[in-house]
Design a protein around this ligand. Structure first.
Ligand code: PEP
Ligand code: MN
Length: 337
């Protein structure tokens, strides 16, 4: 449930309510809204009489949260969450673009692409070092060496970085080298990993599982929020459907739906969402028009030689053109790239 405090509630009143919630066994999260404090009481306490809290000094109202996700929903946190990462702002009036190769391959590749995407206006540099591949014989990523190269390229071109963490054992080194830790589609329900990422002090990018409902995505987000990490960005990256002409079906309606129920920023990944280079720009444009809080695209200076996902990687020139288009679309809906 949430306890909405009155606008003029004093800190002592807030503390008294919070203490009482803790005493009856709730875990308490608080949000400072525009003009009032909201306390989120988490815990399965069906027997509790809400009136116990309603009558306390400074309390405006007590609401039971009916959704299974408590901290990810708007009852507890009505205003949009804004996640700021070294100049890239997700969730407000900006629509930052994340760009870079699927995998970090070598220094020359990483620096070449970083320069090109930076020039075109990307705000975050991506590159996978630990790669979740369907085949154990496919390129598995450079590991820590890859993280170091991504970090160096990000530093050189003044771009924050994002890379996928696949296992709890990688968290420590990821925190050292990367600005945003990505949870891939295949790990969206790796609850142990989610819990551990709830404890870190770095932003997390949580991708929707390929067969996950929106509610399951928000429940996965809940694990991270419950751990105390509110710097969370969601990502629609396409789901499995009966459609065979694209790698996945980019569920763009998930963007307005998620934004209605959750305060968390949600971006779109049209590269994994379609799997085909010529479909990436149209779907990126559509994602921005649909209200996405950012876009993530794969870009490669020589996609034919890419060690992973070359077929869905944009050429740098295509990316630069896309950025121009996204600027116009963002402007049309009152946002900026
Ligand atoms: C990726 O972004 O590199 C990736 C593997 O994406 P997903 O988890 O969405 O397949
Ligand atoms: Mn990829």
């Amino acid at each position: 449930m949430v306890v909405v405090m009155k606008e003029n509630a004093t800190q002592a009143m807030v503390d008294a309510v919070s203490d009482h919630l803790l005493n009856v066994g709730f875990k308490v999260h608080s949000v400072v809204g525009v003009n009032r404090i909201i306390l989120g009481a988490i815990g399965d306490k069906r027997g509790i009489d809400l009136r116990e809290f309603e009558i306390m000094d400074g309390v405006h109202e007590v609401i039971r949260i009916t959704e299974p996700y408590k901290l990810a929903g708007r009852t507890f946190h009505p205003e949009d969450t804004i996640v700021e990462v070294k100049g890239a702002t997700f969730g407000g009036e900006y629509v930052p673009v994340i760009a870079g190769p699927c995998s970090v391959e070598n220094e020359e590749q990483m620096f070449t692409i970083a320069r090109q995407v930076k020039e075109a206006g990307a705000k975050v540099l991506r590159g996978g070092a630990f790669k979740p591949r369907t085949s154990p014989y496919a390129f598995q990523g450079l590991g820590v060496e890859g993280l170091k190269l991504l970090h160096a390229a990000g530093k050189e071109f003044n771009l924050p970085t994002v890379s996928e963490v696949m296992d709890v054992s990688q968290i420590e080194v990821m925190v050292e080298y990367v600005d945003i830790l990505q949870i891939g589609a295949r790990n969206m329900q790796n609850f142990f990993l989610l819990k551990e990422l709830g404890r870190i002090k770095k932003p997390v990018l949580l991708k929707r599982g390929m067969a996950a409902t929106i509610e399951e995505l928000l429940m996965a987000a809940e694990y991270i929020l419950d751990g105390g990490n509110y710097d969370l960005i969601l990502c629609e990256r396409g789901i499995r459907t009966f459609v065979t002409y694209t790698r996945n079906t980019l569920d763009l309606s998930a963007i307005p739906v998620t934004k209605k129920f959750s305060h968390l920023p949600i971006i779109a990944d049209p590269s994994h969402g379609t799997g085909l280079r010529d479909k990436v720009a149209p779907m990126a444009r559509a994602a921005v028009a649909a209200g996405a809080d950012g876009v993530a695209v794969e870009v490669h200076h020589d996609p034919d030689k890419a060690l992973s996902d070359g077929a869905q990687s944009l050429y740098p020139k295509q990316f630069a053109r896309l950025m121009e288009e996204l600027r116009m679309i963002a402007w049309a809906i009152g946002k900026k790239i």
